[in-house]
Design a protein around this ligand. Structure first.
Ligand code: G3I
Length: 300
């Protein structure tokens, strides 16, 4: 393949990107996106504060604009995200206990009713663990330790066709406490029949030339529990070619690694733009890491 998506599709995988609604007016961005990518994630537009700004009033205008743009361009869409400690609507902040739990479930039902049958995967719950592997303290966690499985059960019922993912950062190093904490939760969910299909590893890498310890072992260990894995928000300090090559190779080596998404297209699109972490520079040129990724995809 001569593009990222063509190379990924050779092995039945996808190559995705994150797009904000502000890029709907950016023809330079869109030219690259149409050529290279086949899976879109909305940067902010499908998060709870965007889709339900006040209780029971849903707003899918910006999410739909991105969804429609993707479909018109032959792409699939990952949904990001339904329940998270950040970017909550302000009314969630004024609720607690069973009222907040109900609001979360109602939110999931409302969003999934709207997008039913349209979304490939949802990041149902995002970033719910501390670095040491314990549950992150949050208003959602305070509603009871079962809030995560409640979210997954509601999502499965509301859209049985969508694959349901748990998504987090710093779960790439197999020996890290947070990785192990998430692993134990997935293991527990699978053993008790809680509906979960995939783990999203955000893959925000910072510095160095080698990968976080045993990255491929992390992917294969999650997969061995019976879930797919996806790299959901990839960016790498200074776009290290060896790290990009390594993370792509690791995914290609694990049959249940379904695809890779970079968190933006050009460095200027990135939340880490001062670290130049993406595959295209701010002038839309392919960087060295682009070739490393393409070659690793084509080698499979
Ligand atoms: O839209 C307002 C704009 O009107 C205002 O002028 C401007 C001033 O700061 O803020 C704009 O909103 C910002 C929004 O992005 C849109 O650009 C928010 O302040 C800013 O907080 C928000 O940041 C987003 C961040 O999530 C919030 O947590 C980033 O764009 C987005 O890339 C980032 O994505 C997260 C993933 O969802 C989860 N994993 C980590 C990843 C990176 O932080």
């Amino acid at each position: 393949g001569t593009t990222l998506k063509a190379a990924a599709e050779r092995s039945g995988r996808y190559f995705g990107f994150a797009m904000g609604a502000d890029r709907l007016n950016d023809s330079g961005f869109q030219t690259i996106a149409r050529r290279e990518f086949d899976m879109l994630t909305a940067v902010n537009e499908m998060k709870p504060d965007a889709t339900e700004p006040s209780q029971g009033r849903f707003d899918f205008s910006r999410g739909d604009a991105l969804y429609n743009w993707a479909v018109q361009n032959g792409m699939r869409v990952r949904g990001h995200t339904l329940a998270w400690h950040a970017q909550q609507p302000s009314f969630w902040r004024n609720l607690s206990g069973s009222a907040l739990r109900s609001a979360m479930i109602s939110h999931i039902n409302g969003v999934l009713a709207h997008y039913k049958g349209k979304i490939f995967q949802w990041d149902v719950v995002n970033e719910a663990f501390e670095e040491n592997g314990s549950r992150r303290s949050s208003n959602l966690q305070a509603t009871g330790n079962d809030w995560i499985e409640a979210a997954f059960r509601a999502a499965r019922t509301a859209d049985p066709a969508a694959q349901l993912c748990y998504n987090d950062y710093n779960i790439e190093n197999w020996t890290y406490g947070k990785t192990q904490g998430v692993y134990r939760m997935i293991q527990d969910f699978k053993s008790r029949g809680v509906p979960i299909d995939c783990v999203g590893l955000q893959t925000h890498f910072t510095g160095g030339s080698s990968l976080p310890g045993n990255f491929q072992q992390t992917l294969s260990s999650f997969a061995a529990l019976g879930v797919d894995v996806v790299l959901t928000e990839v960016d790498v300090t200074n776009a290290s070619s060896s790290q990009y090559q390594g993370l792509t190779q690791a995914c290609m080596n694990v049959p249940r690694c379904l695809g890779i998404t970079t968190w933006g297209v050009r460095d200027s699109d990135s939340w880490r733009s001062n670290e130049s972490p993406l595959l295209f520079d701010s002038g839309s040129n392919k960087k060295a890491a682009y070739t490393s990724v393409l070659n690793a995809l084509n080698a499979a």
